[in-house]
Design a protein around this ligand. Sequence first.
Ligand SMILES: [Zn+2]
Length: 339
Amino acid sequence: MKRREFLPLATLAAVLPRRLCAAPAAAPEVMTVRGRRPAASLGFVLPHEHVLVDFIGAAEVSPSRYDADVAFAKIKPYLDEAKSLGCATLFECTPAYLGRDPRLLVRLGEASGLNLVTNTGYYAARQNKFLPAQALREDADALAARWLREWREGIDGSDVRPGFIKIGMDAGALSAEARKLVQAAARTHRASGLTIAAHTGNQVAAQEELAILKAEGVSASAWIWVHAQNAADEAALAAAGREGAWLSFDGVSPRSLTRHVTLVTAMKREGLLGQVLVSHDAGWYRPGEPEGGQYRGYDVLFRAFLPALRKAGFGDADIRQLTVTNPARAYAIGLRLQA
Ligand SMILES: [Zn+2]
């Protein structure tokens, strides 16, 4: 019997393809309000929702405008309902100065068992009403340094870290402040690998955002076009999707079912289902309104939208891609730079 010959390890390394020898890449992760989780463990994701939003404006917004216990009691049943319908992870997209409350999110995450994710960044939509003074005064590098401090040290003295960057811009050509926020987001991404979710008024704003990201060396795949359902035409969406951008059709409601089914179907036809996210942009507790105002739950996607997609010919694999695979990839922490 011929003796088997073993190659010395060094020789083996020289003859094997390089990628087999390299150390295995760490599994992608997402940062929740209760710490890191493997992106593959997020399960069914609602990628754009809110639990609390306060539109009072940056000058007056404060946690003292509501009783956190009362807000908690109002919000929790809606999270419980989402969980009972199959949701496991919810991205809370309320930015700083609009009612972002990391401590409330930790309590809600612990009580509901959902993975909740919060964000860093500022919101320049609605003519800068929600921008703090430093956003007007400081340059993009200084703003990025502030957001990176939250990423490295935690938000507002808590140990809660952001899981993505949230910025916001009005429709049309970007204001000087909005352009600065996109630059700051790009630089924060380059130093953290956090995904940029950008509330975007329309396709004009979207195209300008993408151009700035490119100029900063950041790939479109690090950017989520939030409220992409507001684009005027499917061609603009498909063009962004082909560049690698994430298309967030996040206005699912009883009234918008047809529009959302049409958009997701169009992207599937274009071979871009792998770029699509679906969510309600629902909630939320409203400080200053009686009993926190009217709360919209997170159930329409489960009860009406996914059944409507199935009727339109979407199978289990498609639904899983939209609700599990895509959000895990979109929000996984990792550098995505221009090739
Ligand atoms: Zn939103």
